[in-house]
Ligand binder design. Sequence first.
Ligand SMILES: NC(=O)c1ccc[n+]([C@@H]2O[C@H](COP(=O)([O-])OP(=O)(O)OC[C@H]3O[C@@H](n4cnc5c(N)ncnc54)[C@H](O)[C@@H]3O)[C@@H](O)[C@H]2O)c1
Length: 326
Amino acid sequence: MGSLAEVLYLSRHDVEKLSIRMKEVIQVVEKAFREKTEGRTEAPPKPGIHPQKDAFIHAMPAYIPKMRSAGVKWVSGFPETPRRGLPYISGLLILSDTETGFPICVMDCTWITAKRTGAAPAVAAKHLARQDSKVLGVLGCGVQGRSNLEALTVVCKNLEEVKAYDINERNLQKYVEEMTAEHGLKVVPVASPKKAVVNCDIVVTAGPILKHPQPVIEASWFKDGGFACSLDFDSYWKPEAMHSMDKFCTDDREQLAYYRKLGYFSNIPGVYADLGEIVSSKKPDRKYPYERIMSMNLGLAIEDMATAILIYEEAKKTGIGKTLPL
Ligand SMILES: NC(=O)c1ccc[n+]([C@@H]2O[C@H](COP(=O)([O-])OP(=O)(O)OC[C@H]3O[C@@H](n4cnc5c(N)ncnc54)[C@H](O)[C@@H]3O)[C@@H](O)[C@H]2O)c1
């Protein structure tokens, strides 16, 4: 079948080697949100299978015509894998040619998942956090705790301090050492979730997602004027804390509704706006310095495909990866 029947394979190492910067990922993710709001993307809610308790394998397809990016991410999160020394998240992403439908690239999706999930809260923070935000609270100091901090340093130029909390003492210490060295910020380990929320201008929760959560964050812990982003659904935030927000946003209303049908998010506020509406100014972003704003980020396939095409093009340009026959 000639050259059409070839795919570029990019291992995890290949993807990392490309050295694509967080700033670029934030830019393409923001662009993808704009395209979504104009109705120019296709991304049905992700179907999933669940081979273990609290584990998932999701299929996440998306098409962004303007970026000529079409593909699917097949991504899993298994809570027990870190105990075996393996990452919680693993998977593959397939990009297809938008004219022929032929697969053109298969890549490891660990890096993409880490980076685009950090980039989306940064896009949200750019519009919804106070510009003078100085203190960040991070609950869950794993891959997401790292990439969210990295992305927030790109958009929140006044960050000075990070209050970090993790139930695992070793993970917490490692995070404090690595993040201090990497970002030159004051990274302080704290001993309770409360201490990682009180007096923080921005709070990111990135612990495990639980179908039947036992949340601890109370409305009174969260500072007026704060911005919160949850990556672990409503596992950390009590309903009253979420209802105390002046603006409750999400990355995708449709997907939030879909998860509610599956039994998640039993008590959350009405959605003020999705991130696409915010970035394209269809809904006003932060209006007052004292507003309490939260974004519930579920993770969208358009974020993956916006980043994947960047990776594919960079790999072709630099000759990284291995060409395989179909
Ligand atoms: N919304 C999205 O787009 C998206 C994308 C990727 C991952 N996630 C979610 O983000 C979360 C973190 O993923 P990750 O890849 O960083 O996982 P990870 O395993 O790398 O890190 C998780 C960290 O949380 C810690 N932890 C466990 N229970 C905790 C608790 N109750 N309080 C504080 N810390 C706790 C662990 O010790 C670990 O250090 C998961 O829930 C994952 O499903 C969301």
